[in-house]
Structures are given as structure tokens and as C-alpha cells.
Design a protein around this ligand. Structure first.
Ligand SMILES: [Zn+2]
Length: 307
């Protein structure tokens, strides 16, 4: 996504209502180990706007200067460009939020060689950040399975080059535009259902804010800078707490009970719930999960699983 669009995104804190949507996205922002989140529902519910709004909330990441896939410093195998670099300097960089479109072909996704020079694809460019799939039910199943496979491996190969590709998948889906196979829906760690607002006061407020944003995005953003700053600080603090966050044996048992009806999907549901609970706890300034966290995230983790 162009940096300009990033800069002028509609603030997440200015989104009227949609508390569940905001909570699910903040969990994915606080704990990228969650892996994926699907936002589905009716048109005009602010799904894509909310995801775009993450761009000004996400903490910066550490990456090699000038690297297209933001290779992190450390004992990892770097991308073909960093491998050839004479000197590697680490800088703070914005976390990427990369749009994957229905028309992105395999070469655009994985990367390619141009005049024998390695050229990173979209999945590599989402490394250390988020791959955004808007209207996922219009994508080909083959492309979606490829994206999930790359995410599982954490690397993407193209023309003999290996690029790091550790990213969170954030997808939207308008239910009226068609189905997504149950096996793909179940691959998402979190799923949140949203619908357009029905309260007349809230709808009027949305119209007012959207119009005000359209007329002067920068001015509108500056109006919400305090709320945005608070959200940014909350996510940054949650990321700082995450490495120390843990769950007690009693919490583990409680989650297993919650997921017990899922048969084959139970183990992965418990793992996903653990990550969601830890992310939710960290957002609340804690390094331990509680029953309240389990209640907060249960519908995101279990609502889309049939078992
Ligand atoms: Zn690199």
C-alpha cells in the first residue's frame, strides 16, 4: 500500500460502534502469533476501513535498512538482497500492511527475477506485518491455499530465491457476495461477524465523520490524535508484555472445556484461544489470562468452527 494512503487512513478510534471488530483487530495487533483474522458480514460495516486504521496503531519494527521484505536483525537467514549487502544497518520501520488483490498472480505474490536481479513479491513484503485480503470470497481457492501455505512455512520461494514471509492474514468478506469454503473459513484463527449499524443516531454520526474525513483527512486525523495515541500506546505496551505472558493450568483446563465439543479441531482451537486470551490480557496490561479474557475472545475463536 502506498505510504500516503497509510498516512491518511481513517482513524480506527473514529469508527462508530463495532466494538467486537475493534477488539479482534487490536488482539491481532497486540499478538501477531494469532496468525489470522477474518472479518465477515454485510457491506458498509466498516470492515476494510477498520483494518486500514491499524496502520497508525501498529508499533514500528526493527528491520535492515532498505530491505524490501524488512528482514529483522538476528540469527535468521536474510533475503537475497540482504545476503548480498556489504553492510547491514538496523532501523525502526513501520510495520507493513500489504494489500493482496484478487488479480495478484503467483509472480506478484511470490516475487521474481527481473534481469537476473531478485525482486520481492507481495507476500515477502508483508513480512513482519499484515497481508490484507479484501473480499476474500472473490479470490480463487488455489491462491488462498497458497497464501496460507506460505504463511505456515514463513518463507516464500521464487525463481530459486527464498524470502522471509512471516505475516498475519487479515481478510474481509461481504456475505452477500458469495461463499467461502468451510475448510478455508476454519483456517482462520479469529473470525468476527459485523453488520451495518441500525441505530439512527449512530448512522448519522458515521455520515458526519465520513464527510468530515473526506473533506480534510489530515484535519480529521488530528482531531483523533489523542485517542489514536492511547490506542498506539496500549498496543505497544501489550507487545512489550507478550513475551512474559502465560496461562495457568486452571486457565488451560477452562479453555479445553470450552473447546471440548469440537472433536478434530479441539487442539488447534485451544491453541488459538490461548493466543487470543494472552493478546487480550496484554491489551489490558496483564501477563496472565483470566476467565473474563476467555469470555471476551470465545466467539472470535469458536463462532466459525463446526468441529
Ligand atoms: Zn532483507
Amino acid at each position: 500500500m502506498p505510504a500516503d494512503e497509510n498516512k491518511a487512513a481513517f482513524p480506527l478510534s473514529a469508527l462508530v460502534g463495532q466494538q467486537a471488530l475493534k477488539r479482534a483487530l487490536l488482539i491481532a495487533a497486540a499478538n501477531p502469533s494469532i496468525g489470522s483474522a477474518l472479518v465477515r458480514g454485510t457491506r458498509d460495516a466498516g470492515k476494510r476501513t477498520a483494518i486500514r486504521g491499524l496502520s497508525s496503531i501498529l508499533p514500528n519494527i526493527k528491520a535492515h535498512r532498505g530491505c524490501p521484505v524488512r528482514c529483522p536483525p538476528g540469527p535468521y537467514k536474510p533475503c537475497p538482497i540482504c545476503s548480498e549487502a556489504e553492510k547491514l544497518e538496523t532501523v525502526n520501520a513501520p510495520a507493513p500492511l500489504v494489500d493482496i488483490s484478487i488479480t495478484s498472480d503467483m509472480g506478484q505474490l511470490a516475487g521474481r527475477r527481473v534481469d537476473n536481479e531478485p525482486f520481492a513479491g507481495l507476500l515477502g513484503r508483508a513480512n513482519q506485518g499484515y497481508a490484507v485480503l479484501d473480499r476474500i470470497n472473490l479470490f480463487s481457492e488455489k491462491t488462498l491455499r497458497h497464501i496460507f501455505e506460505v504463511q505456515e512455512k514463513g518463507v516464500v520461494e521464487s525463481d530459486g530465491d527464498m524470502w522471509p514471509a512471516k505475516f498475519v492474514i487479515l481478510a474481509t468478506m461481504n456475505d452477500e457476495e458469495g461463499e467461502l469454503s468451510a475448510s478455508l473459513v476454519e483456517r482462520f484463527a479469529l473470525c468476527v461477524r459485523v453488520s451495518a449499524l441500525t441505530d439512527i443516531e449512530e448512522r448519522l454520526e458515521v455520515i458526519k465523520r465520513v464527510e468530515s474525513y473526506r473533506l480534510d483527512p489530515e484535519r480529521f486525523r488530528s482531531h483523533y490524535e489523542r485517542e489514536e495515541g492511547e490506542m498506539r500506546a496500549r498496543v505497544a505496551e501489550a507487545r512489550r508484555l507478550m513475551p512474559r505472558a502465560e496461562l495457568s493450568a486452571a486457565m488451560q483446563k477452562e479453555m479445553e472445556r470450552r473447546c471440548s465439543g469440537l472433536r478434530g479441531l479441539k487442539d488447534s482451537a485451544v491453541l488459538r484461544m490461548s493466543q487470543a486470551v494472552l493478546g487480550n490480557a496484554a491489551l489490558n496490561g496483564r501477563i496472565w489470562g483470566t476467565s473474563e479474557d476467555v469470555r471476551d475472545v470465545s466467539s472470535f475463536v469458536l463462532g466459525h468452527l463446526k468441529g
